[in-house]
Design a binder for this molecule. Structure first.
Ligand code: E4P
Length: 217
């Protein structure tokens, strides 16, 4: 399973890249706002921090406007993945861009039928938002199960990119279901390293080691 960082914070991305765990990055207009930086400038910097796909989102609502913005965004770097919303115009744009060899991430997916449409439009990635689904009284993970089943039934290549991840259990469930990618805030990815018994074990080993009076090297 691939790990994408859901952030436009370049310091956090560089830090995660050093672990060797980073397979790509996703951004959205809210994350660009949070970074306080120009979308072109920050996306270019992020593309230099990972070889994996870096999603940059269009904000036009119509197909022509989305294509115009996508042209600008895809010139930033070869690893830019154009993010489009799950609307009729978004999927028209998805079809046009993927037919032309660009990567496309279809975002704001909240139903398995929407995911089916995105796959038929040739999406490289579909982004179902599990956290926001849960927040609204739905079961985000059953959505992922449905999409996995449907994509496997028909042999679609579209990768399931589980988005709006809130905690480690979402990551675990996504891995159990066989999702292709998760995108999560760096804090959630870093949280996966943690276990209270790892900390306790380290503490005990270090205490015993100090008692030996030895040093390595
Ligand atoms: C995905 O690409 C989105 O940027 C993101 O996962 C949305 O997450 P949120 O619901 O925490 O804003």
């Amino acid at each position: 399973m691939k790990f994408f960082a859901d952030t436009a914070d370049t310091a956090e991305i560089a830090d995660l890249a050093e672990t060797g765990l980073l397979d790509g990055v996703t951004t959205n207009p809210s994350l660009i706002k949070k970074s306080g930086r120009d979308i072109i400038e920050v996306t270019k910097e992020i593309c230099g921090l990972t070889d994996g796909p870096v999603s940059a989102e269009v904000v036009a609502l119509d197909h022509a406007g989305m294509m115009k913005e996508a042209e600008i965004l895809r010139k930033i770097a070869d690893n830019v993945c154009i993010k489009v919303p799950l609307t009729i115009d978004g999927l028209k744009t998805c079809k046009a861009l993927t037919s032309d060899g660009s990567m496309v991430n279809v975002t704001l997916c909240f139903s398995a039928n929407q995911a089916l449409l995105a796959a038929k439009a040739g999406a490289s990635f579909i982004s179902p938002f599990v956290g926001r689904h849960d927040d609204n009284g739905f079961d985000g993970m059953s959505l992922i199960e449905d999409i996995r089943l449907i994509y496997d039934n028909y042999g679609f290549d579209t990768e399931i990119l589980v988005a709006s991840i809130r905690h480690g259990i979402h990551v675990l469930e996504a891995a159990r279901i066989g999702a292709d990618v998760i995108t999560a805030p760096p804090s959630v990815i870093k949280g996966l390293f943690k276990h209270v018994l790892t900390d306790k074990g380290m503490e005990a080993f270090l205490k015993d080691w100090a008692d030996t009076g030895q040093a390595i090297g």
